[in-house]
Design a protein. Structure first.
Length: 300
C-alpha cells in the first residue's frame, strides 16, 4: 500500500470545500481542512502555523471572502483573504516544493462582450471582490510557478447559501419572483468543481510536468439568472417542491453595492485539452442538486 499523502485544503466549510471533503479520493490520500480557528486566512501567521504542522503534498485554496457586496465597504478584509492569503500560501508551497490549486472567479472580468471568456482574455474587474481575487491570482502566478488557477462561476450546491437554495426558499413564500434577466453565465455544481480540482491536484502531485497556469471550469451551457431560476423551479415542481412564476427584470431594477459582470460566460476548452475534463450540462447539475435537497427536506 502506498504511503499516506496529505493535502491541505482551505475553506473546508464552503460549498467547494465540503464537496472536496465528501469526494472519493484514493485510499492513500488524506485531506486536511482546518477550521477557521485553526487556519484563519485573514492572519498570515495562522496560515504559516497550519502549514508547518506536517509535510504537505499539495495545497488547495478553496477559501475566500465571497461577500461580494460587503467587500465594497470592507476592501481591507476582502484583500486580506483573497489576495494576501494566496500570496502567503504560494510562498509556503514554493518553499516546500509542492503544487498549489487556487480557486478563482469570473469576477476578474468586466463582463463586456457576448462571447465566452478564454483564460487569456483581458481582465478588468468592476468590483472590489473581483479586484481582490485577481490580486490573489497574480500573486500565486508570480510566486509559485507550479500552480493552477481555476476560475469558476455561479456556484450551486445543497450546502450553505447560494442562488438555488434562495430561489427555493423564496418560492415557498411567494407566488411571483423578480429575477435579473440581463446577466449571463454558467451555473456550476460545487461537486463538479471539486471533481475537477481533485483530478488536477492528483495530476500535479504525480507528475512534475503536469500542465500549470490558468484554467476555467464551469458546467456546459449558459443562461441568465432568471433562466436559471425558471429551471430550478421547474425541477422543484417536478419533485413536489415549491414553485413560482419568474419575471425577468433588468439589472438596474435590482441595484446592489457591487457591480456584476453582464457576461460571466467562461470557455473551458483549455481544461478539456490539458486534463481531459468535459463539463456536463448545467441543467443536469441543477437537477441533481434539487433531487438531493428534495430527499433531505426543505432547504435551510
Amino acid at each position: 500500500m502506498a504511503d499516506p499523502i496529505d493535502i491541505l485544503v482551505t475553506g473546508g466549510a464552503g460549498q467547494v470545500g465540503l464537496e472536496l471533503l465528501a469526494a472519493k479520493w484514493p485510499a492513500h490520500i488524506r485531506l486536511h481542512a482546518p477550521t477557521r480557528e485553526a487556519l484563519d486566512l485573514a492572519n498570515p501567521e495562522s496560515i504559516r502555523r497550519a502549514f508547518a504542522e506536517r509535510s504537505w503534498a499539495a495545497v488547495i485554496n478553496s477559501g475566500a471572502w465571497t461577500q461580494v457586496d460587503k467587500a465594497e465597504a470592507d476592501s481591507a478584509a476582502a484583500f486580506a483573504v483573497n489576495a494576501l492569503a494566496p500570496a502567503v500560501l504560494a510562498e509556503l508551497a514554493r518553499d516546500a516544493k509542492i503544487p498549489m490549486v487556487q480557486v478563482s472567479t469570473d469576477y476578474v472580468f468586466n463582463g463586456s462582450g457576448n462571447t465566452p471568456y478564454a483564460e487569456d482574455a483581458p481582465v478588468g474587474p468592476v468590483s472590489v471582490y473581483g479586484a481582490s481575487k485577481l490580486s490573489g491570482e497574480l500573486a500565486v502566478q508570480s510566486i509559485q510557478p507550479r500552480s493552477v488557477i481555476l476560475r469558476t462561476a455561479w456556484v450551486l450546491s445543497p450546502h450553505r447559501t447560494n442562488f438555488l437554495k434562495t430561489m427555493l426558499r423564496l418560492a415557498g413564500d411567494r407566488p411571483n419572483l423578480r429575477v435579473v434577466d440581463d446577466q449571463r453565465g454558467n451555473p456550476t455544481s460545487a461537486r463538479d468543481i471539486a471533481a475537477a480540482i481533485q483530478r488536477i491536484a492528483l495530476k500535479l502531485i504525480d507528475d512534475p510536468d503536469a500542465p500549470v497556469g490558468t484554467y476555467h471550469f464551469v458546467n456546459a451551457g449558459q443562461t441568465t439568472w432568471a433562466g436559471l431560476a425558471r429551471q430550478i423551479l421547474l425541477f422543484s415542481a417536478g419533485s413536489g417542491g415549491p414553485s413560482a412564476e419568474v419575471e425577468g427584470i433588468a439589472t438596474d431594477q435590482y441595484p446592489t453595492p457591487a457591480r456584476r459582470p453582464a457576461n460571466s460566460v467562461l470557455a473551458t476548452t483549455r481544461l478539456t485539452r490539458d486534463y481531459g475534463i468535459v463539463p456536463r450540462p448545467w441543467q443536469d447539475a441543477v437537477a441533481e442538486i434539487i433531487a438531493e435537497l428534495h430527499t433531505e427536506g426543505p432547504p435551510a
